[in-house]
Design a binder for this molecule. Structure first.
Ligand SMILES: *Cc1c(COP(=O)(O)O)cnc(C)c1O
Length: 346
């Protein structure tokens, strides 16, 4: 293709998880929340649906959202940058910190979008393998001097978290450290408390998982206001629309509802861990809303395929021969069906 940049021609492109439209399907493959968003979200969207609100541009920085989220999280509104999903934030951060020919580092096995972001930017992508327990790395980071590191915490596909000293060590090694906290709402701790003492840390959050709003597309970053003042120059002026801003503001304000959903998801996660273990899976203890499952006695790809034929969609992932199944936490009824089908398959 004439004129296309060579790095774009050379890249394969990120392939998102399958989104099948069959309503009968039990969808446990992309970590969406099985429960609906807060009723206040529906009300807020209805209220935003006026001719005047649709006719005008939305707030460029999402000030109403920033005030609400700032109150809930205990951070300054000026330290928040809004995004069209947290993937948008990851793109903005890449464009801000990484020059063409620069270096991005990330652990593996992890979120595969990071590689695509490096390829689009024309940057080098360097990985380091997690150790067996997912709590350290199997060797030294290739990090010193890297422009940017992406560290998902909890990690996908494992659901595990790195200890704080490992996070701090890495922050000291690179120009900017992005702690991708798409799943932190399900975990016992997160990186917000580290921000005051780690000036090059950027925490990113998503409304797609814990807040049940994957269809709305909303995420945000929290960082030192001095960093926010720079990254704001890179984002599209109106990267979040009036409906997503209304939805996200209502969702973050309804913390009672959020805690109720979280409690249910965590209870089902523990039930899945136990029962999948009894079926012979090696299940990694998870801090997120999914579980990483492997087997030493048989290949797992056929299990994914058999489940798909029975209208249960999970994720089969293969990282250079290290493979496994990533299963999202569903409702208890969905998990009943999953376990019943696994019983007949195995
Ligand atoms: C789902 C996910 C995201 C993207 O979230 P969106 O807000 O839907 O863009 C980012 N990082 C990780 C690790 C994820 O799993």
């Amino acid at each position: 293709m004439n004129g296309v940049r060579p790095n774009i021609l050379a890249m394969k492109g990120y392939v998102p998880g399958e989104q099948l439209n069959d309503p009968d399907i039990v969808k446990l493959n992309t970590n969406e929340n099985p429960y609906p968003p807060s009723p206040r979200v529906f009300e807020a969207i209805r209220t935003a649906l006026t001719a005047d609100k649709l006719r005008k541009y939305p707030q460029p920085l999402g000030d109403t959202f920033r005030q609400a989220a700032g109150r809930v999280l205990g951070v300054e509104p000026d330290s928040i940058l809004i995004g069209n999903g947290s993937d948008d934030i990851l793109t903005i951060l890449t464009r801000t910190f990484v020059p063409e020919g620069g270096r991005i580092v990330s652990p593996t096995p992890s979120y595969i979008l990071y590689r695509s972001l490096a390829e689009i930017q024309g940057a080098r992508f360097e990985t380091i393998r997690f150790g067996e327990d997912w709590k350290r790395f199997s060797g030294p980071w290739p990090a010193p001097g890297a422009n940017l590191a992406f560290l998902p915490n909890p990690n996908s596909p494992s659901g595990t978290m790195l200890p704080v000293p490992v996070v701090l060590k890495l922050a000291g090694d690179v120009n900017a450290l992005v702690l991708d906290e798409a799943y932190a709402d399900f975990a016992d701790w997160n990186g917000l408390a580290l921000l005051p003492r780690v000036p090059n840390l950027i925490v990113t959050r998503s409304f797609s998982k814990a807040y049940s709003l994957a269809g709305i597309r909303f995420g945000f970053a929290v960082a030192d206001p001095a960093i926010v003042r720079e990254i704001v120059k890179v984002k599209d002026s109106y990267n979040c629309d009036v409906l997503s801003l209304a939805a996200a503001t209502a969702a973050v304000e309804d913390q009672d509802y959020f805690r109720g959903v979280k409690t249910k998801v965590l209870a089902t996660r523990e039930r899945m861990r136990r029962e999948l273990g009894e079926l012979g899976f090696e299940v990694t203890p998870s801090h997120a809303n999914f579980l990483w499952c492997r087997r030493s006695d048989r290949p797992v790809k056929p299990v994914y395929e058999e489940l798909k034929q029975r209208k249960i969609l999970i994720r089969y992932m293969n990282y250079d021969g290290y493979d496994g199944l990533r299963i999202s936490v569903g409702t208890d009824e969905e998990i009943d069906r999953l376990l019943a089908e696994l019983n007949t398959i195995l």
